[in-house]
Design a protein around this ligand. Structure first.
Ligand SMILES: Nc1ncnc2c1ncn2[C@@H]1O[C@H](COP(=O)(O)OP(=O)(O)OP(=O)(O)O)[C@@H](O)[C@H]1O
Ligand SMILES: [Mg+2]
Length: 268
């Protein structure tokens, strides 16, 4: 399959006064559609810089970032803003919810940019909040919610318009370990359900056990790029989400009619 994200010779240099900081140096990378990709590495290695270039939040100094067929590194600011609204979602470490809006209004924002009417927006946003276990919090404002709840609102907002790719920068960085697992579980579940490509920066290496691909950044370069095998990943997820999976209510059986063979035995 053709990669959904392709990075070629990416370089990012920041200027601070007379100093030059080379944050990314000749990065090449490809991410396949539907993949969960974790970007890991020490503090200051260039993880957020890379994510910001991938998501079109910053312009590279050199090189190209392709999302599908689109070279986002050559787009104007206006084109980029439109492209982000149509195709990309972003989850921030600090949630970035608008404090004057309710949870449902925050989640509905990406739909407003797509021209969906208010009533339908709020309906869809409330549905998305329900999926995140926040059906009862739709009318709460961010200050009336815990950190984990606010981040789940942030996740609902990222997923509501069904973007092709979602980027997340340390989305569980402000959460305790139990909430981290719950939030991570929800994000992965939603990504799988929607077939979304999911790219997440984390400095907690153990979280990357749930990824299909783990990219390690060191001093602005890709140090390693490893595809995980399905069995190892399934085992890691079963272990990490053990308590959540135990609490999940099993799905209702689709039909309650007896099977043919059972009917026969009833007659006898
Ligand atoms: N806006 C900026 N101006 C100048 N230098 C910057 C800027 N943003 C990042 N840098 C520098 O670029 C390098 C990479 O920073 P980046 O934020 O990408 O690191 P990171 O891997 O995300 O670190 P952390 O794990 O601490 O978040 C660092 O040396 C940082 O100081
Ligand atoms: Mg960072």
């Amino acid at each position: 399959m053709a990669p959904i994200i392709r990075v070629e010779h990416l370089r990012k240099v920041y200027r601070v006064g007379h100093e030059k900081v080379v944050a990314l140096n000749d990065v090449d990378l490809a991410i396949e559609p539907g993949e969960v990709c974790c970007i890991v590495g020490p503090s200051g290695s260039g993880k957020s810089t890379l994510l910001n270039q991938l998501a079109g939040l910053e312009k590279p100094t050199k090189g190209h970032v392709y999302i599908g067929k689109h070279d986002i590194s050559t787009m104007t600011e206006n084109e980029l803003a439109k492209f982000r609204q149509e195709h990309l979602g972003f989850i921030f470490q600090s949630y970035n919810l608008l404090p004057s809006m309710t949870a449902a209004e925050n989640v509905a924002l990406p739909l407003m940019f797509k021209g969906v009417g208010r009533k339908e927006r709020i309906r869809l946003a409330t549905l998305e909040l329900k999926k995140m276990g926040l059906g009862k919090r739709a009318n709460h404002r961010p200050t009336e919610m815990s950190g984990g709840q606010q981040q789940r609102v942030g996740i609902a907002r990222a997923f509501v318009a069904k973007p092709k790719v979602i980027f997340a920068d340390e989305p569980t960085g402000n959460l305790d370990s139990q909430t981290t697992r719950q939030v991570l579980y929800r994000m992965l579940q939603m990504a799988k359900e929607n077939g979304t490509t999911f790219v997440m920066v984390t400095h907690e290496r153990e979280l990357s056990a749930v990824a299909d691909r783990v990219v390690t950044i060191m001093d602005g370069k890709v140090e390693s790029n490893v595809l995980m095998d399905a069995q190892t990943k399934a085992a890691a997820q079963a272990e990490m989400f053990k308590d959540i999976l135990e609490q999940e209510v099993p799905a209702e059986p689709k039909t309650t009619r007896p099977l043919k063979s059972e009917k026969k035995s009833e007659k006898q």
